[in-house]
Design a protein around this ligand. Structure first.
Ligand code: SF4
Length: 260
């Protein structure tokens, strides 16, 4: 595999090489802070763990950094919280602490897996705002994994829509919402409720995702797609660029599917 200058092929790294990147250059926020944090260690112990591994700092320097980070993520009475345990804190506080742990080494990439799912909506908004602010001040890129189209609209610049393990559409956020191409993405957008929506029933995409190990030979969305044509059942579409910066995996946009 050719590799662009300055790029790292993560799959080719040895265990000790990838451990140097984890928590340092790449870190992660998990969706359930109550279970992601260790109940038997204090907040301070959990924040400085990454520093111990990646930075050459003494105890006081690590504590100062942990304290500073807690203040940056908006934790009140931060000094006291350092000595507390996860069960003593609310879900919103714990998610802020997860963000503090993830950003303590100023990573280049932060992977956030449904970071606000377990939180109520007002706390969700605060956490998303905080992540946006920190992204700017730390110059960190964020991969946001979410099912929530509202979160995508609020926080993302570029979006990849996955269906059954494949990217089916990839575009800038505005193009995805205003110039939707793939029938699955259209279905997702149709299934969003809004204030003032008078329809009696919530729209759902009929059918089920194909079971792993039983993938159809054609398009994986074919059984559920109202726009399916003959070729969709026979041959799997490729992900192709349908306009600048906008890709879609669907025969409706693929000229080589002319025999459809
Ligand atoms: S390839 Fe065919 S079945 Fe698949 S999404 Fe496009 S139209 Fe629907």
């Amino acid at each position: 595999m050719t590799q662009k200058k300055g790029m790292v092929d993560l799959l080719s790294l040895k265990n000790n090489e990838i451990r140097r990147l984890r928590g340092n250059e790449i870190s992660m926020i998990f969706q359930e802070p109550m279970t992601a944090l260790d109940p038997i260690f204090t907040i301070e112990q959990q924040i400085v763990e990454t520093l111990k591994f990646h930075k050459d700092l003494n105890k006081k320097e690590m504590k100062d950094m942990a304290l500073d980070m807690l203040k940056k993520v908006g934790i009140p009475r931060a000094e006291q919280i350092l000595n507390e345990y996860p069960h003593q804190l609310s879900g919103g506080m714990l998610q802020r602490i997860m963000i503090a742990i993830a950003l303590i080494c100023k990573p280049k990439l932060l992977i956030a897996d449904e970071p606000t799912t377990a939180l109520d909506v007002t706390i969700q908004a605060q956490i998303l705002e905080l992540m946006n602010e920190l992204k700017e001040s730390y110059d960190t890129s964020i991969i946001m994994i979410t099912h929530d189209l509202g979160v995508i609209a609020e926080t993302c610049e570029r979006v990849a829509v996955f269906y059954s393990g494949q990217v089916v559409e990839e575009a800038d956020v505005a193009a995805l919402f205003h110039n939707t191409a793939h029938p699955y993405t259209s279905g997702l957008l149709k299934a969003v409720t809004s204030i003032g929506d008078k329809s009696k029933e919530l729209y759902t995409i009929p059918g089920m995702v194909p079971a792993g190990g039983h993938m159809p030979k054609g398009c994986r969305f074919e059984e559920r797609c109202s726009k399916a044509v003959t070729i969709c059942k026979e041959k799997a579409p490729e992900l192709i660029e349908i306009e600048e910066g906008h890709k879609c995996r669907c025969w409706l946009y693929n000229e080589s599917g002319d025999d459809k």
